[in-house]
Design a protein around this ligand. Structure first.
Ligand code: ATP
Length: 228
């Protein structure tokens, strides 16, 4: 289904550039869904390493309440620490209050990792909104995407994607959708579970649960925070 290692592999194993998956998101909090998806993409050999890139103010979630970037970054650092293939970038967090856009981030990362082929990881919900992202046609033309199915989110129709990006890119996008089981976990569900004082076991790794408790995250509802 996926057009994996292509041109460089045809030149022989020695010529293959290492593949770096770029996993962007709010990670508020990072949850077991993110970790499962990243692990599955590594296990399938689709990329060699994954760089988690937490957004500061996610441009496509303008009205949402998002925890301070430094806290999300520290939580990610603690959670990712045991995984050899996973690393963390603060490139977007460094933007301060300025929203950062995936297309700019990935160009900067391509410059910082010239020896790698970069692939951008996203869930199906992000594919549905992709046409609203800044310079989306350039993003999909220049970089490979790996798209993870998500429960309750239908795959966009070819005609819909073609209307936004043209038939060639629509076909590429549909071919980028992984044939993997959907993972029924979201950060929204984790935050709601904290507010309802439910057990987070199975939803987030233990160290994220401890971090959430220590920093008293997600106790305030988005409504009482006056931010949504
Ligand atoms: P929220 O519930 O706050 O919207 P989220 O669970 O979608 O958060 P994000 O940090 O916004 O988490 O997600 C980062 C990326 O991971 C996005 O591209 C999103 O689509 C994808 N993603 C997160 N959880 C899943 C999941 N369970 N299945 C597939 N993709 C997912």
């Amino acid at each position: 289904m996926i057009d994996t290692p292509t041109d460089s592999e045809a030149l022989g194993p020695k010529a293959r550039k290492p593949r770096l998956g770029v996993f962007g998101g709010s990670f508020d909090p990072i949850h077991n869904g993110h970790l499962f998806i990243a692990g599955e993409i590594i296990r399938r050999g689709l990329v060699d390493e994954i760089l988690f890139v937490p957004a500061n103010v996610p441009p496509h979630k303008p009205a949402s309440y998002v925890s301070p970037a430094e806290l999300r970054l520290t939580m990610l650092q603690e959670v990712l620490e045991p995984y050899e293939e996973f690393s963390l970038s603060d490139i977007e967090v460094q933007h301060g209050e300025e929203p950062s856009y995936t297309i700019d981030t990935i160009h900067t990362l391509a410059g910082a990792f010239p020896e790698h082929t970069l692939c951008f990881l996203m869930g199906m919900d992000s594919l549905v909104e992709l046409h609203q992202w800044r310079r989306a046609p350039e993003l999909i033309a220049k970089f490979e995407l790996l798209i993870y199915p998500r429960p309750g989110v239908r795959e966009p129709a070819f005609a819909e994607l073609s209307g936004h990006f043209g038939p060639r890119q629509a076909r590429r996008l549909l071919n980028s959708i992984l044939d993997t089981p959907p993972v029924p976990i979201s950060a929204t569900q984790v935050r709601a579970a904290v507010r309802a004082r439910q057990n987070l076991a199975g939803l987030v790794p233990d160290c994220a649960r401890t971090f959430i408790e220590q920093h008293n995250l997600y106790k305030e509802t988005e409504e009482t925070a006056g931010l949504q």
